[in-house]
Design a protein around this ligand. Sequence first.
Ligand SMILES: [Zn+2]
Length: 375
Amino acid sequence: MFTIILITILVVVIGFLWYDIGSDYVYMTERSHGMKLIKQRINDSWQALADEHNLIFLGGGFFKKVTLHGSYRQYYLNLELKKRTEHKQKLFSTYLTISSTQANSQKNTHQPSSQTKPVVIKDIVRFFNKPSLKFSLKAPLQIAENQQIITYNYNGVNSEKRYLQFLFDLMVDLLNLYPEIIEQEGDIVAGLLTMLNDDTHGLQLIAANLLENIANRTAPRLKDKTTPLICPMCLAHCIPHKIIKTVSKATVKVAIKDVSMLKVTHYGCRLCYQSKNFVEGQLVVVLDHTMQAERLEENNQLRINWFKHKNPFDFDVVEIKQASDEDVERFVVQIKNDTDPGRKEHYKTTTYIIALDCQLNHNTHRILERTFINN
Ligand SMILES: [Zn+2]
């Protein structure tokens, strides 16, 4: 009886194992032809890249590690084909890292590639503009280790030589330009915000990292300024811009709530985000027909001649010196029609001063009182 039970158990176990191995075998056989083709393509393109750039290619078939590594444009490049099994399926991912730290230790063993080219700041522009990239990125790029390593991890096989070449150069250019890009500070924030809010942009994580670095540079310098800062180009104040980007829990499957990608405060011009060029003091709009200049900087004030400038801006004080009732009325109508939401709020705390020798009628006084605060 015991023997019968034992034999039954053995038959069940062997049957189960046979089924398991068999299904895997069938799967592998079905795909073996396709795999051979992929393997051939990797061999051809990765080997060609190795030959072209003096890199080392190790192609050991699908059950051994497939790598391409070495010094590329004075950085250390490591491209790997990684294999994993999910639901009995063999899945592959292409993992590429380019780092400046390891390049130093490799310098003696690998010659720098002849592809080295000088990088200029205008190259930055092409990183912001997705259509100008030669290829669309199949996976996002990520930067780590104090901007020393840039990584790319694609769930699939990248065997196209031209695409890989483009990736290598894009990643090296980014590492090369990184300090210069951060140095641009507020000037590039608008472009980075566009990238950050585009969930299909392969450089979204790079944009998040750059914005964090830029914000961290502006905060210590501009956060605790006691006098107002004015952007002389936009005639707008320097304000804290809260930049928040979350990734929905639907995208990050393991998360139980939305995950924060970025939460920083950038200090810069309210309108153009620039963070380097400011005038300290009050911004005054002057209604004075005797004023010749369009703008004057004096006594911690940036004074703007309304009759020459003629457009609303973020003024803190209205100063009426030589102006008629009609001038003031036209000015107030233009201010009331201003659609900028930031300025609409700002006008509620704006004060006005009327020169003693400026004769305005009762109605004009009432219009001013209803619009600004009498100082
Ligand atoms: Zn500005």
